[in-house]
Design a protein around this ligand. Structure first.
Ligand code: NDP
Length: 309
């Protein structure tokens, strides 16, 4: 199984990246430094996660120490929903770049297809009064400007459904290189992955572990499959952990994964998945876990005209 996937524009993206959502500023710097020390080269960030400054410190430290060169890293960031007006896109990427202490990112994504008014809260609670109906095709023109200004090497989208992606694909000057969506055994997205393959779009799967034990504390999250007894048993057979079995299954779908952890042993474990193969019957069991249930729903915004699910 390859450790990289080639994007249509010739750049390559490492199959395993480190997620950073909900990694607290005090924890994320150490997590990113450690991940680079042990070989991660792909870090998934977002302006919305409010921790890019600490990630920037970690990246700078590892570059200055000589552990890694800038060009060996693959750094993603995302445009938040308050900034979908075309003229906001370049300035928002410049802000992320300032925090990350970088001159360019490798991938810039539209985080969600729906927008909020610029002065609304990041996750507004007053319903339609905070919605902006800017069309994501307009936002995409701003993304193309970022690429033309060499502020990013590739552009893509996140949480777009098939129709939205298709509409974008057929109405843009520069094609999206990546779709980032939730992929784990509870929602394996095989159909969407195939649709993307046919268009040379690489899928990056977020929440690959289904948020782990957090899934037991939030009532509307499906139970993470790393807690499924059969998968726990399977992992023992391979002398691996349930997370390693699930991540191995996901990369066999031809996608990248970005498990989040701030725990050193888990950061290490999640990267160590290339030395075993799943038996056919185990792959079939993992396939059978699919029930199209997601953790990242953004349900409060389902009446937004660009809500994707
Ligand atoms: P994950 O499925 O990666 O689960 C993270 C949780 O699992 C954390 O609580 C972590 O705990 C725990 N964990 C990590 N490794 C293991 C392991 N080996 N065994 C057991 N538990 C483990 O969920 P996320 O939602 O964080 O998704 C990953 C990344 O995807 C995000 O961090 C973000 O970068 C991106 N993302 C993008 C979204 C988008 O809209 N584009 C939406 C959601 C996520 P601990 O840290 O304490 O070790």
């Amino acid at each position: 199984m390859s450790k990289f996937i080639k994007l249509y524009n010739g750049y390559t993206i490492p199959t395993i990246g480190l997620g950073t959502y909900k990694s607290k500023p005090c924890e994320v710097e150490e997590a990113v430094k450690y991940s680079i020390d042990i070989g991660y080269r792909h870090i998934d960030c977002a302006w919305f996660y409010a921790n890019e400054k600490e990630i920037g410190e970690a990246l700078r430290a590892k570059i200055v120490e000589g552990v890694v060169k800038r060009e060996e890293l693959f750094i993603t960031t995302k445009l938040w929903n308050n900034f979908h007006d075309k003229e906001n896109v370049v300035p928002m990427l410049k802000e992320s770049l300032k925090y990350l202490q970088l001159e360019y990112v490798d991938l810039f994504l539209i985080h969600w297809p729906f927008g909020f008014k610029e002065d609304a809260d990041g996750l507004p609670t007053d319903g339609a009064a905070s919605y902006s109906d800017v069309d994501y095709l307009e936002t995409w023109e701003g993304m193309e400007d970022c690429l033309k200004s060499n502020l990013t090497r590739s552009i893509g989208v996140s949480n777009f459904n098939k129709d939205q992606l298709n509409r974008l694909f057929n109405n843009c000057e520069i094609k999206p290189a990546v779709l980032q969506v939730e992929v784990n055994p509870n929602i394996n997205q095989k159909d969407l992955i195939q649709f993307c393959k046919e268009r040379n779009i690489v899928v990056v799967g977020f929440s690959p572990l289904g948020r782990g034990s957090l899934s037991t504390t939030v009532s509307d999250y499906p139970l993470a499959t790393i807690l499924d007894d059969k998968i726990v048993g399977m992992a023992k057979k391979y002398n691996k952990t349930p997370a390693q079995v699930v991540l191995r299954y996901l990369i066999s779908l031809g996608i990248c994964v970005i498990p989040k952890s701030v725990t050193k042993s888990r950061i290490l474990e999640n990267f160590d998945i290339h030395d075993f193969e799943l038996e056919k019957k185990d792959t079939e069991y993992l396939d059978s876990c699919n029930k199209n249930e997601r953790v990242a729903r953004m349900a409060p915004y389902k009446d937004h005209k660009h809500y994707p699910f």
